[in-house]
Design a binder for this molecule. Structure first.
Ligand code: C5P
Length: 227
């Protein structure tokens, strides 16, 4: 149903991109602006949901009516999302979470020396979406779904649909919004184009348009899955 309500539903949206500290002044980051996640949060508020927005390094004003939790790193984002997900009906992971972080974070600024620089060794970050998918699978066996609807985003540069289908299954989400990145699409722009892959249904094609439009279609698809 287009424009379907989310009245009284508890919704968690993550937005932006994580920063993984190298030292007190430097980090490894990504190009996510947070625009898509913020559009999702605003649309959910407009449909009557109780919204927690977990925002990572976003230079945007807090959406009116949402509870905003600001975080920096993937580890902090995980803490905030898992805490808010505990009693949520829907979790939408729109944030670009760094796959890796530096093993060690220097406590003082790394100095420029005449020697060759030290390598930065990386370690894997936890996959929050996959973790939510797993927890939900376990709890379902006990009768309590958690959350009812789980939505992921995936930016791909190649083999978009094939990579997306594999990711949907691997992460255990209901919907995966996949988009092609590059050519000024998606990151930092007001427009997006995507395909929503659905665990038990046919893909939904979303033509290029404002991120608000994509947000509306995602909530329509979510609303049909809420009992
Ligand atoms: O594997 P990939 O990073 O492409 O997956 C993207 C999806 O997984 C997004 O929904 C993102 O928020 C989520 N993700 C996550 N934890 C990570 C990496 C990605 O929750 N460490």
């Amino acid at each position: 149903k287009p424009g379907a309500g989310l009245a009284g539903r508890r919704v968690v949206v993550s937005a932006g991109g994580t920063r993984e500290a190298i030292d007190p002044v430097r980090f490894i980051g990504n190009r996510s602006s947070g625009l898509q996640g913020y559009a999702l949060a605003r649309a959910a508020v407009a449909r009557g949901a109780e919204v927690t927005l977990v925002a990572a390094n976003v230079g945007l004003a807090d959406p009116a009516g949402a509870r905003v939790v600001r975080v920096e790193s993937a580890i902090q984002l995980r803490e905030a999302v898992l805490a808010a997900a505990e009693d949520a009906d829907v979790v939408v992971m729109a944030a670009a979470v760094a796959d890796f972080r530096p093993v060690r974070q220097a406590t003082t600024k790394i100095k420029k020396t005449s020697d060759d620089p030290e390598p930065i060794y990386l370690v894997k970050n936890p996959d929050i979406l996959a973790e939510l998918g797993e927890v939900r699978r376990e709890r379902r066996q006990g009768g309590k779904p958690y959350p009812d609807v789980l939505v992921g985003f995936a930016a791909e540069t190649d083999d978009v649909l094939a990579n997306g289908q594999a990711k949907l299954a691997r992460k255990g989400c209901d919907l995966l919004v996949v988009n092609q990145v590059g050519e000024n699409l998606a990151f930092g722009t007001p427009d997006n184009a995507a395909t929503v892959l659905i665990a038990d249904g046919d893909p939904v094609e979303i033509p290029r348009g404002p991120k608000e439009d994509l947000a509306g279609i995602v909530w329509d698809l979510v609303a049909t899955r809420l009992v």
